[in-house]
Design a protein around this ligand. Structure first.
Ligand SMILES: *Cc1c(COP(=O)(O)O)cnc(C)c1O
Length: 229
């Protein structure tokens, strides 16, 4: 299957998931996850209609960013070390994987030097799996308080990686938890930015995530095929 045919299929599945719950498919953005994917394949995906690219590692992303000639949005979706923040801010439009105060402070400091606010999502560990990065759901409100003074960090969304389970229905509670968390944050109206984006759902579980309110689904394999490391 070509990338273009895969994208058509993914869009149809998103549309059907939206229809099941009365959502408008224009609310759902596909982040093409390009770890291990070549620049040629990225260009092919962009030609097919992809407008957002997600990368896990700063160095790999930076190299591709310099080679991809088309204008797209770049999202960092992998764990970010503080010593990579300056580089990430050179090309990333959104850092989806903010998971500590220390990291948020470094993003603020570096963004201030560039005089350009950084848009970020807060990564939440909704599965309880110890191997996953992200704040515990119960820590998120306190975290937003702690960073409310960071002028150059703009939180606009939450991100999660669902539980690693074969049946997507079993992952649903992770996604509903993220949506409920954002609803409750927005209801309190205490924070300078509203949570407008929910980045959740990958190849195995994106339809369930869309049903639960995802605005960004991060898709690698369903678009590019199995990864070859
Ligand atoms: C690899 C990855 C994805 C995409 O996973 P697929 O199963 O290939 O769709 C999404 N999000 C994150 C954080 C990833 O590391």
């Amino acid at each position: 299957m070509s990338i273009s045919a895969n994208l058509t299929n993914i869009k149809e599945r998103i549309e059907r998931a939206c229809r099941r719950v009365g959502r408008d498919p224009v609310e759902v953005h596909i982040v093409a996850v390009t770890k291990t994917v070549s620049v040629e394949q990225i260009e092919e995906a962009i030609a097919a209609g992809i407008t957002i690219v997600g990368e896990n590692r700063v160095q790999e992303a930076w190299e591709k960013y310099q080679s991809v000639s088309s204008k797209v949005e770049w999202h960092m979706i992998g764990h970010l070390q503080t010593n990579k923040v300056a580089r990430a801010l050179q090309f990333a439009d959104v850092i989806e994987s903010v998971d500590s105060l220390h990291l948020a402070q470094e993003i603020d400091r570096r963004a201030k030097l560039l005089n350009k606010p950084a848009e970020v999502f807060v990564q939440v560990n909704t599965s309880g799996e110890a191997s996953k990065f992200g704040l515990e759901p119960g820590e998120v409100v306190g975290f937003l308080h702690s960073i409310s003074g960071l002028e150059f960090v703009k939180v606009t969304g939450l991100m999660t990686i669902g539980a690693f389970l074969p049946d997507p229905e079993d992952v649903r509670p992770c996604f509903s938890m993220l949506r409920e968390l954002s609803d409750s944050i927005n209801r309190t109206r205490e924070y300078k930015t509203e949570i407008r984006h929910l980045s959740m759902g990958m190849t195995n579980d994106f339809e369930v995530a869309v049903e639960e309110g995802a605005t960004h689904v991060r898709i690698g394999r369903a678009l590019f095929g199995e990864r070859v490391y």
